[in-house]
Design a binder for this molecule. Structure first.
Ligand code: HEM
Length: 219
């Protein structure tokens, strides 16, 4: 099928295969980890590898999902918005895997032990708070929920993603502070800082006020 064109320019992300391709790409880390576990290729401590790798992928998909709007605006490519929901749902998919790996391999799926551990270890509590905040965002990412909530309330709710990003970085920082190893934390903090800083700057600059008052639809 030919790549659809906008004003005479071919736009690959409007191609009908673009979304299925992104879906398959998003599942590749999961497939890789699943294969690695089956083939016993995850190193000396497979449980730790799985917990850490799923945490890393949660953070990577969070960066990708938050990069869609700046990219869409800065490149004047509104069609890029069609990938945001799927990327957001991949954040939730990987955090669920991360939580499951922790609950299963570290805690033996013992609910009482998990609750005690979350209350006892601050870095786990912070990660769990990020998971709790992500849950209503994932649950309301569908068209019917957007319609039911209305654009303004939906947008207000989805601003919780700022808190999720902050908690995710704090969780990672706290976890690495035991090893005094902050290089990766600093990279993710810088990326999320730029992506969220750009959004804040756009919302707070004076020209943005009329658009906000007009109650734009969520994008
Ligand atoms: C948005 C939510 C979350 C994000 C972005 C996230 C991200 C991460 C990252 C990046 C790591 C470090 C990986 C590495 O060292 O390469 C990690 C480790 C970890 N996270 Fe999370 N996490 C989240 C939520 C949670 C939740 C809900 C739990 C459990 C209740 C949890 C438990 C852990 C544990 C146990 C580790 C490994 C600690 C270790 O190996 O010493 N995280 N997480």
């Amino acid at each position: 099928m030919a790549t659809p064109a906008v004003r005479g320019r071919r736009v690959p992300w409007l191609h009908p295969a673009a979304k299925p391709l992104l879906f398959v790409a998003g599942l590749l880390p999961f497939a890789w980890l699943f294969w690695g576990a089956l083939a016993n290729q995850l190193g000396a401590n497979p449980a730790e590898h799985l917990i850490r790798a799923t945490g890393d992928w949660t953070l990577r998909f969070l960066c990708l999902a938050l990069a869609v709007t700046p990219l869409r605006v800065l490149t004047a490519q509104p069609a890029l918005a069609r990938f945001r929901r799927m990327l957001g749902l991949f954040v939730y998919f990987y955090v669920c895997l991360h939580l499951l790996c922790y609950a299963w391999f570290d805690m033996g799926l013992d609910a009482a032990d998990i609750a005690k551990d979350i209350a006892k270890r601050p870095f786990i509590l912070v990660g769990f708070a990020a998971f709790v905040l992500l849950t209503p965002l994932a649950a309301t990412s569908f068209n019917r929920a957007i319609k039911a909530l209305g654009a303004a309330r939906w947008q207000a709710l989805h601003r919780a993603v700022y808190a999720v990003a902050g908690l995710a970085i704090l969780h990672f920082f706290w976890m690495r502070s035991g090893k005094n190893d902050f290089a990766e934390v600093a990279v993710y903090a810088a990326i999320l800082g730029v992506l969220l800083g750009w959004r804040l700057w756009r919302r707070l600059r004076p020209q943005a006020a009329p658009a906000r008052r007009a109650g734009q639809a969520p994008r």
